[in-house]
Design a protein around this ligand. Sequence first.
Ligand code: FES
Ligand code: FE2
Length: 448
Amino acid sequence: MVSSNNNIYKGYGQAKPVGYDKEISHTDYGTPCGEYLRRYWHPVALTSEVSTTPMQIKILGEDLVIFKTTQNKIGLVHKNCPHRRASLVYGKCESNGIRCCYHGWLFSTDGEILETPGEHSNSKQAEQVRKKFKLGAYPIKEFNGIVFAYMGPPEKTPEFPHYDAYEISGITRRPYKINYNCNWIQVLDAIMDPVHTSFLHGQSSGIQFSEGFAEVGELEFFERGIQYLGCNTRRVDDNVWVRVNELILPNFTQAGSAFAADGTKSRYFGRSSFTRWVVPVDDNHCIALAWGNFGERGDPIEHNTKEGCERIEAGEIMDRTWEEKQKRPGDAEAVEGMGSISAHKGEHLMPTDYGVMVYRRRIRTLAKNLKKGKEPPQPQQKKGDIIRTNGQDTILRVPKRNIDDRKFIKSIGSAVMKMQFGAEKMPIKDRDNHIINKLTNMEKNGAF
Ligand code: FES
Ligand SMILES: [Fe+2]
């Protein structure tokens, strides 16, 4: 027998597959996390994709058909006709609904069976079915180029959330959609992982955004109700760059800008390059549906293109050869490469993964609580409220002082966050101006 050092070559010892976290990865109907997600409005398609030619989509593991009537009303319904299960993707859109191709049953956008034309007009059975049965349908709301749906119990329908991101003036919001071949948690994780931007986007793949991203910053995480913030503060020469990534549970995300901020020029409360949701398609796929935000407070207007949105979303364009992907992996390669559902039990979470750890744990808890009958919190408490968000970039000129610079820049990040939080009760416009003025003064007076 060949003797060996037992502390190396652990391949065989670790060959047994490890499991994944089912509690947060499974989102089909009836699963704890699937039910939890079914308490919120989610984007499901771009308005531009929806027409009088029905389109098949899958959301939270459900096969659905989305269409527009000839009167421009959008319907989101279960794919299969309740007569004998033909797919409504072959249906014909009419003025008041969609007609199944197989035997002509007509359904309204809210699922009413309007006609069963193959049955005798006196048929009691057909009348009964028309009266009593419905095609599965979901309420939708079309907003600024994105179609949102609520797929939970009707009596639990929450307010359609109104974020302050919709109110920032001078921003052009371009809707985009990116498909990912992996579980939603993998894509969501990246927003609570500020360190990956330094390596994936600043070193491993060359400079995907700007050189400043390559610097590993000082991290501080905040948990505020269902809002999770990762504040990453870096020094770029004489400037200090405070960048804030944001997750509002279950799946709303914002960050700073991708191209407008590079640490070299002052910036005061610049807002996110995207306002984005990560939505499960099924357990092995998800979509990011978002607006790319372009203009003075977002990313430069020249990136307002399909490719620009893809680079904002994932660091690279999506349609690339294997060689290109291997040389310059972006977020898609990083998260899809984990496998369609990452083996969470094989992870070794580090202090820098704190944000990932805490938000996952919270989702797990909220899903479990719902199973016990406790409804999860909504981002918007009451009608008319506007949800304040914090995703941003601030870059201030603060030269080094004769003190520990890592500690110093971290304290600047904390001061910026504290000031933002302090202005949260203000009306939206006042809040923005207040923050911008305060930051400008902080910089001018060196008051840190
Ligand atoms: S299967 Fe749709 S009408 Fe018969
Ligand atoms: Fe990324």
